[in-house]
Design a protein around this ligand. Structure first.
Ligand SMILES: Nc1ncnc2c1ncn2[C@@H]1O[C@H](COP(=O)(O)OP(=O)(O)OP(=O)(O)O)[C@@H](O)[C@H]1O
Length: 240
């Protein structure tokens, strides 16, 4: 089976300095996979590598069966590999509807995509004419994910879904993310700090520590063995 996205023995970083080191990771269509790890573990670096923003130093980076060409993230997005960055990047002065429209226009999509977004995020319906800057943090995150959804991605990567959000909001959004994956057959890779919550609402998970995979497996198994999970965050940096 061709994975929707895949890192195989992948090493990547900044200015030739490795941050991710020999990472194997994949996400299949319809799966929600959590990418966990402490601060600076390399989670964002992994997403940027898969999105074609960063070039790998070694190893294989594939998306939708093709090698990812770094430096052309817009092409990746057009092909259906979309990253929602942790700053959400909604246009504060534009209304919700205009934000969604921009996603559609730039990718030449049809108008029923707004209905699709509202199907998954009905809380945005009364906000369609409200400037995005006036939305709550949770609504802005729904808009950011909704805008990504408007392009009908085959791969959706979300960096720090919960950044600045109340746990209750995250608790509401995670089941929706899972429904999107199941109903649209989208491969979803989630970076998330609320470990227990995301493990409850994902199929599999990887824990990154110092740029290496310290633990991986079914989310339910990881959730059931907290000792091993906690230990995976505490692995000492390997001596090089
Ligand atoms: N643009 C950059 N140039 C150089 N080093 C960077 C750059 N961005 C990140 N790094 C370094 O790469 C390492 C991994 O960063 P990354 O952002 O991938 O971690 P993370 O797991 O997403 O952490 P966090 O949860 O804190 O965002 C860190 O040591 C960080 O300082």
């Amino acid at each position: 089976m061709t994975h929707a996205i895949e890192l195989s023995a992948a090493t990547s970083g900044y200015a030739g300095v490795p941050v991710l080191r020999g990472v194997d990771l994949h996400v299949d269509p319809g799966e929600v996979v959590a990418l966990l790890g402490g601060n600076g573990a390399g989670k964002t670096t992994a997403l940027l590598t898969l999105a074609g923003v960063l070039k790998s130093i070694h190893g294989v980076v594939r998306a939708l069966g093709e090698p990812v060409k770094a430096g052309r993230p817009y092409r990746q997005a057009r092909n259906g590999v979309v990253l929602v960055p942790d700053d959400r990047s909604v246009f504060a002065n534009l209304t919700c509807r205009e934000n969604l429209k921009l996603a559609r226009v730039s990718r030449n999509l049809r108008s029923e995509t707004e209905d699709l977004v509202l199907q998954y995020f009905p809380a945005l319906r009364p906000k369609l004419t409200v400037p995005a800057g006036q939305l709550s943090g949770g609504e802005q995150q729904m808009l950011a994910v909704g805008r990504a959804l408007a392009s009908r991605p085959r791969v959706l990567m979300i960096d720090e879904l919960s950044l600045g959000l109340a746990p209750l909001v995250v608790q509401e959004m995670l089941p929706t993310i899972r429904t999107i994956a199941a109903e649209l057959d989208t491969a979803i890779l989630l970076v998330e700090q609320h470990v227990d919550l995301v493990l409850e609402h994902s199929d599999r998970a990887y824990v990154l520590n110092h740029g290496r995979i310290a633990l991986s497996g079914d989310s339910a198994d990881l959730l059931a063995d907290k000792t091993t999970l906690r230990a995976s965050y505490l692995v000492e940096e390997p001596v090089r």
